[in-house]
Write a protein that binds this ligand. Structure first.
Ligand code: BDR
Ligand code: CA
Length: 314
């Protein structure tokens, strides 16, 4: 089994990705760390605790910081995910489970050090926890098996961003953290927005999940009502499959086409949060990409195969 730490900000598509990991037979979910993003850190942490309790997910939960590395706290994306982050379905007033006492970055360090070479990190929120872990203990980069990130956009199929014409939410929301993480000496694969938006789920697909996918399928149906409505209001007919695309890469990388090269994130100015890869083998004059590790980005996906994997797993 692959030992996985899931770094997340539920978030409707985060909750869908968590269930995907939970039901994947080849995954041993060893921990969940939270970031702010789709909700405040209180909201996203409460949601993870709720999801672990409701679905019997037996993994410790560690909470991330309430600000980015620059000390700000971007407004939650509640117009996408609802005020409670889970499509405004009814949630219980309290959750029985509690978070691990350690901050998320320390939980990541301890877990990686206890399982050298074995941990895959799937990061689908702001990159703050990963960056803080790297700052506190840079050696963990060499001890992590794999990092899969949903974030950024590399312009395949024309798309760079969803919070600005240049930037995607997870990277834009803590651009400094993202640039530090992309420069880390760990093997990263990024599934950017341009590729996650290639895969969508229709109302019929989600209805079939509700009919055949047991409690999880019905839950996914419930939380996606608000999310689907947001897509419709934005002129998008079917929901995008962002965070579950990162999980799909972990489970079945052959679904994706990839390209390697060093990645930089723009950390200030008009294009803050933009992700740019310098493709391996391309000659350029000396540039700020030099000396950075070559990382992998996804450039295309077999969407039908991805949806099928999701449906079968749930
Ligand atoms: C990303 O931002 C969040 O709203 C989603 O959960 C996803 O991780 C897409 O830009
Ligand atoms: Ca997310």
């Amino acid at each position: 089994k692959i030992k996985v730490i899931f770094d997340t900000d539920p978030g409707v598509d985060d909750a869908m990705a968590l269930l995907f990991l939970h039901f994947a037979p080849e995954v041993d979910l060893v921990g969940i760390t939270t970031t702010l993003g789709n909700g405040s850190i209180d909201t996203t942490t409460r949601n993870v605790l709720y999801l672990t309790e409701r679905f019997g997910i037996d993994a410790p939960v560690a909470r991330g910081p309430d600000t980015t590395l620059l000390g700000d706290a971007p407004a939650p994306a509640d117009f996408v995910h609802g005020k409670n982050g889970l499509g405004d379905i009814d949630l219980p007033a309290t959750v029985g489970r509690t978070a691990d006492p350690r901050p998320a970055f320390q939980f990541i360090i301890d877990t990686v050090r206890a399982n050298p070479g074995e941990i895959a990190i799937v990061a689908v929120g702001r990159m703050s926890n990963l960056a803080l872990a790297l700052r506190a203990d840079p050696e963990i980069a060499g001890l992590v098996k794999q990092v899969v990130i949903m974030g950024g956009g590399f312009g395949y199929f024309g798309n760079l961003g969803n919070v600005s014409p240049a930037a995607e939410a997870n990277i834009h929301g803590d651009a400094l953290a993202a640039d530090e993480v992309m420069g880390g000496a760990w093997p990263i694969t990024v599934v950017g927005l341009d590729v996650t938006q290639r895969t969508n789920m229709t109302t019929e697909f989600l209805k079939a999940l509700a009919d055949d996918g047991g409690e999880a399928g019905r839950f996914i149906w419930d939380i996606t009502r608000f999310y689907e409505d947001f897509h419709h209001k934005s002129g998008v007919p079917n929901i995008f499959v962002h965070d579950s695309s990162a999980v799909a890469y972990l489970l079945q990388p052959s679904l994706f086409k990839t390209r390697t090269g060093a990645i930089r994130v723009i950390t200030e100015g008009l294009a803050i949060g933009q992700t740019i890869q310098k493709p391996d083998g391309r000659g350029f004059p000396p540039s700020p990409w030099d000396g950075r590790p070559s990382q992998t980005i996804c450039v295309d996906v077999d969407s039908e195969g991805l949806r099928d994997l999701y449906r079968r797993t749930i």
